[in-house]
Design a protein around this ligand. Structure first.
Ligand code: HEC
Length: 148
């Protein structure tokens, strides 16, 4: 348990990189998909469970029976996707700090105004526009009542 928290802290430093140019609207959602091609839920799932790219399970849990270690620092992703639609999910993944300036969640598609960015990573979002859309498509797929 303690190990995982330490790991989370280390990853945070590495992960606090930075967005490109997604449009936040009314402070709550990003209506327009970031990429031209639609998100692929299967690729999105792979990103969410990945310990290299998404790292979501460092903090979140979700419907991933094959994943032994899941986080308990953040809401279960199936609950969030039941509550939030695609534009709201997109906004939270792009820039979690917009919603809570003290959040521990990395802003996955933001490059401006971030601290603790290793020079090598400056100006690069953590996930690409397409990867963000893949993750959004996956989260939406968890809840069939959600509209894209
Ligand atoms: C280092 C921990 C951490 C990581 C990694 C992380 N999150 Fe989060 N996330 C949080 C926390 C904590 C919250 C609760 C919001 C807050 O901090 O105020 C949150 C909130 C969210 C929300 C909004 C939840 C709601 O119900 O309002 C979504 C959606 C989300 N995260 C998705 C993701 C996805 C997808 C990934 C991976 C690409 C990810 N998170 C990675 C910690 C994390």
């Amino acid at each position: 348990m303690r190990m995982r928290h330490a790991l989370a802290a280390v990853m945070l430093v590495i992960l606090s990189l930075g967005v490109a140019n997604a449009q936040m609207e009314a402070g709550d959602f990003i209506e327009k998909p970031l990429s031209r091609s639609p998100g692929d839920p299967l690729r999105g799932r792979a990103i969410v469970v990945s310990r290299q790219t998404g790292l979501c399970l460092l903090c979140h849990s979700g419907p991933f029976p094959e994943e032994r270690f899941q986080g308990n620092l953040a809401p279960d992703l199936s609950l969030s996707s039941a509550r939030l639609n695609a534009p709201q999910l997109r906004a939270r993944i792009v820039d979690a700090s917009h919603f809570n300036s003290n959040t521990i969640m990395p802003s996955y598609y933001r490059t401006e105004g971030l601290n603790r960015v290793a020079p090598k990573f400056a100006g690069q979002p953590i996930l690409s526009a397409q990867e963000i859309e893949d993750v959004v498509a996956f989260l939406v797929s968890l809840n069939n009542n959600n509209t894209q």
